[in-house]
Design a protein around this ligand. Structure first.
Ligand SMILES: [Fe+2]
Length: 303
């Protein structure tokens, strides 16, 4: 059966059927998925009951994988392979974490709009999230299309922000919800990094905002002024017309392009298990290097 993609939101998001992600993917399959994600930014693959090994093998077809930062942030869970980010409320013994567990509280910041790994010098290209156990209600993930949001900005704003650089800091996003209890070791391993605010999305050749809750201020601008600008842009980019809400079903794999989207998890009753496994494909170089030497659009985007 041939792979089919159906757009499920007015501006982005494709639902992909006719493919079994447990099977090895040939280069034509990789090219087809890259073309689809270049256009749709978020791809939903329903009914894909993957093991961690299968998820890792599929993800690696799109580039080198990141390793989880759980060690850096003092999370001692060794439940999963280092290439899988543990997006669950389970501890190393597969038991539910207590409500006041520091690791659970640290993860709550995933409910702020963000882009994965924008706090790393070389951030994420794609994230792939596999639903293993979902709560009976809540726990959805929302996505925002930052290319459509950029297109809708007034020309004056586009000119004002064109060359700006933001500082992204993992600890800043956590501090926004009152979680600032970091050890010297954690602070040393998670230093702030700089990322451009506007980039050209290599997949589609379109301009896009690059935003995240990790962005704390604008370089060269008074902190309060830059922070207000970032808030305004986040508010603009997350208006309803740019947002898709994914209601998870067990077996869903959702793959998104971190270079041109933001996302956030939604809350759920912590008495229920939510077990999601994420693999993350790393980008090739920092956004500052990409602006200095833009990559030509790699993938043709069919109309
Ligand atoms: Fe995330």
């Amino acid at each position: 059966m041939a792979m089919r993609v159906r757009q499920v939101h007015p501006v982005f998001v494709g639902e992909v059927t006719g493919i079994d992600l447990r099977q090895p993917l040939d280069s034509a399959g990789v090219a087809a998925i890259e073309a689809a994600i270049a256009r749709h930014a978020v791809l939903v693959f329903p009914d894909q009951p993957l093991s961690d090994e299968q998820q890792i093998a599929f993800s690696r077809r799109f580039g080198p994988l990141e390793t989880s930062i759980r060690k850096l942030r003092g999370d001692n869970r060794d439940r999963l392979d280092p290439h899988i980010s543990d997006i669950s409320n389970l501890d190393e013994k597969n038991a539910m974490m207590a409500r006041d567990d520091r690791r659970r509280i640290g993860q709550l910041a995933n409910q702020l709009w963000h882009t994965d790994s924008s706090f790393k010098p070389i951030p994420a290209r794609y994230s792939l999230l596999s639903a293993r156990v979902v709560p009976p209600e809540g726990g959805e993930t929302e996505f925002a299309d930052l290319r459509a949001a950029y297109d809708a900005l007034p020309d004056r704003t586009k000119m004002e922000i064109e060359d700006l650089v933001a500082e992204h800091w993992y600890l800043y996003s956590r501090s926004q919800i009152g979680f600032a209890d970091f050890s010297a070791e954690e602070r040393a391993g998670l230093e702030p990094v700089r990322q451009v605010l506007v980039r050209v999305h290599p997949g589609s050749g379109r301009k896009t905002l690059y935003l995240a809750s990790h962005a704390s201020h604008i370089v060269g601008m008074p902190v309060p002024e830059g922070r207000l600008l970032l808030r305004d842009l986040m508010e603009h980019a997350t208006q309803q017309q740019f947002v898709y809400r994914h209601q998870w079903r067990v077996g869903d794999l959702v793959m998104w392009d971190d270079r041109c989207t933001m996302h956030r998890g939604r809350s759920y009753d912590p008495r229920h298990v939510r077990d999601m496994h994420r693999t993350t494909v790393s980008d090739e170089r920092s956004t500052l290097d990409q602006r200095a030497q833009p990559i030509a659009a790699r993938v043709a985007v069919p109309a």
